[in-house]
Design a protein around this ligand. Structure first.
Ligand code: KG4
Ligand code: ZN
Length: 399
């Protein structure tokens, strides 16, 4: 079975093509043909964060480019149909994607200039994320599903961040790119740390998740981005803070709060910490001591505070739920300091701790494909969207 997967929930436009093999009942496998992503970071940088209408416009521009790259390798080129045929298809499809005529206009000439490729299903992110951004991916899936006559499997982006750890390091050059599912014995815990989420998830089995705790205000990545802004660093601030923290001397007498460290539950709060960074920066500036060394030391103290809270809450959850292993996922899982702390936690409990491959930490479509593959493996055809005209983006979708 060949699958095209699509991710557009935030500021990454991503498309993948892979083969899914279900010969081994217990361990579905994939071979990756294409894994493409265009990041919009440089465009959103100017605004200090992701601007939804701009993200939608960029997705509508980028998806046709990525699709054309895939079709050029995996579909036969045919003569571009005459304008009458294109117009006919356009009017049929307008009712399916009423608010996305720009996307439709960009995509259709490309789709119609290739024979239908050997693709059996489309997997697309349904939510959570920015609604206008999500709709672009969903409407692309609808258009392709209609023209090629193939089903759609909608998936949860956060499940993608969990399943991203299944991809082996050299997934692009491997016939069997996934770790065998058998090697995981449940229950597992997952800590999801991204720009929009901070959640501890109990994994009872593949595809069976329960949120046991989450942030009551800002997500970790959001706090990183906002703290970085106070420190005069560009968006996205996560990598910038961690680079600064790495070279910090630690010589400044500064301390930031560890919010909700002793709250006795699995909830997080990072909004106060972000504000504390802003006040500290103002104070040091007024005192005339905000030099590079001070900025690096504040970055390090911020990273230490975040790491301590994340590790402490996860440690308690591992004990309470008797978890057999831990999966850390989401954009912030690219952070080396956090990864090191969780590595030690794994050693403490003598359990495996999985992090995604570096390329899989941020948003990508392959992890969405793997999440959909697991849903299909568990539920079969019943997971296909019954009526594609009713498929909608769910910006607050929950696991
Ligand atoms: O998962 P992701 O790519 O997008 C969402 O679904 O939100 O996460 C993006 C977040 C951003 O806030 C970014 O600053 C953060 O991940 N991030 C990091 C690092 N790399 C990315 N945060 C801390 N350390 C990093 N190395
Ligand atoms: Zn994400």
């Amino acid at each position: 079975m060949n699958i095209l997967s699509i991710e557009t929930s935030c500021d990454e436009t991503a498309l993948s093509l892979f083969n899914a093999d279900f010969t081994d009942d217990h361990n579905p496998q994939i071979s990756v043909y294409k894994d493409l992503v265009i990041s919009q970071i440089n465009i959103h940088k100017e605004y200090g964060g992701v601007f939804p209408a701009l993200a939608k416009r960029e997705h509508a521009k980028n998806i046709p480019l990525l699709l054309e790259e895939i079709l050029a390798s995996y579909a036969l080129k045919k003569d571009i149909p005459n304008q009458e045929i294109i117009n006919q298809k356009l009017s049929e499809l307008k009712t399916l994607v009423p608010k996305d005529e720009v996307l439709l206009g960009n995509l259709l000439p490309i789709i119609l200039s290739f024979e239908k490729p050997n693709v059996d299903a489309i997997i697309v992110t349904q939510g959570p994320g920015l609604a206008p951004a999500l709709w672009t991916g969903i409407n692309t899936a609808k258009i392709l599903s209609y023209v090629w006559g193939i089903p759609i499997i909608p998936v949860n982006h956060m499940e993608g961040h969990i399943t991203s750890i299944l991809l082996k390091p050299d997934y692009l050059n491997q016939e069997k790119a996934l770790y065998p599912l058998e090697q995981f014995s449940f229950p597992y815990l997952s800590l999801l740390i991204s720009g929009g989420h901070t959640q501890i998830i109990l994994i009872k089995d593949w595809g069976e998740y329960e949120i046991i705790g989450e942030t009551i205000d800002d997500a970790v990545g959001e706090a990183y981005d906002k703290a970085a802004r106070s420190l005069g660093m560009e968006y996205p601030g996560g990598p910038k803070i961690s680079q600064a923290a790495l070279v910090a001397t630690g010589n400044s007498e500064i301390s930031l709060p560890r919010p909700m460290l002793h709250s006795g539950d699995f909830r997080f709060s990072f909004s106060g910490l972000k504000t504390a960074v802003r006040y500290m920066v103002e104070e040091k500036k007024n005192q005339g001591v905000l030099d590079t060394e001070m900025i690096q030391n504040i970055a390090k103290e911020f990273e230490d505070a975040v790491t301590e809270v994340l590790v402490s809450k996860t440690k308690k959850a591992l004990e309470v739920f008797g978890a057999q292993g831990l999966i850390v996922g989401g954009g912030v899982s690219a952070n080396l300091h956090i990864a090191e702390a969780f590595g030690k936690l794994g050693t403490h409990f003598d359990i495996p701790v999985y992090f995604p491959e570096r390329l899989m930490c941020g948003d990508n479509s392959l992890m969405i494909g793997v999440a959909g593959l697991i849903q299909y493996w568990k539920h079969g055809d019943s997971i296909f969207e019954k009526d594609i005209t009713k498929l909608e983006a769910q910006s607050n979708m929950r696991l």
